[in-house]
Design a protein around this ligand. Structure first.
Ligand code: AMP
Ligand code: ZN
Length: 114
């Protein structure tokens, strides 16, 4: 499959990895929009949350367990989790991923853009 994040998971493309276990990989975003910008991805390919069936939904809890660990270390002052889904959601890489942003007061966006 021609998927950028599957290639990073497989080690075919280098990733700046900050956490790894048997189910999840977390790495620094190549184009950070905050001092701390990591992407947390399941090793199994799902395009988006719409692709995760009920039996597999534990992976979403596991991803948040990983976010808990890394944010506890790096983002005690607060952070934001973003999961862009599909075209209208602005998803560019079609392998589900959770952005974790921290390290500055983050600007609001959608909330103010009526
Ligand atoms: P999204 O727009 O939610 O699909 O986010 C995709 C993210 O992947 C963007 O923030 C990109 O900067 C990031 N990205 C693209 N290529 C790479 C890469 N090779 N390594 C790390 N992050 C990447
Ligand atoms: Zn993939």
């Amino acid at each position: 499959m021609d998927c950028l994040f599957c290639k990073i998971i497989a080690g075919e493309i280098p990733g700046d990895i900050v956490y790894e276990d048997d189910k999840v990989l977390a790495f620094n975003d190549i184009n950070p929009v905050a001092p701390y910008h990591i992407l947390v991805v399941p090793k199994k390919h799902y395009e988006s949350i719409l692709d995760v069936n009920a039996e597999d939904m534990d992976i979403i809890a596991h991803i948040h367990k990983v976010i808990n660990i890394i944010a506890n270390e790096k983002a005690q002052n607060g952070f934001r989790i973003i999961n862009n889904c599909g075209a209208d959601g602005g998803q560019e890489v079609k392998h589900i991923h959770f952005h974790v942003l921290a390290g500055k007061k983050l600007p609001m966006y959608e909330k103010d853009a009526k």
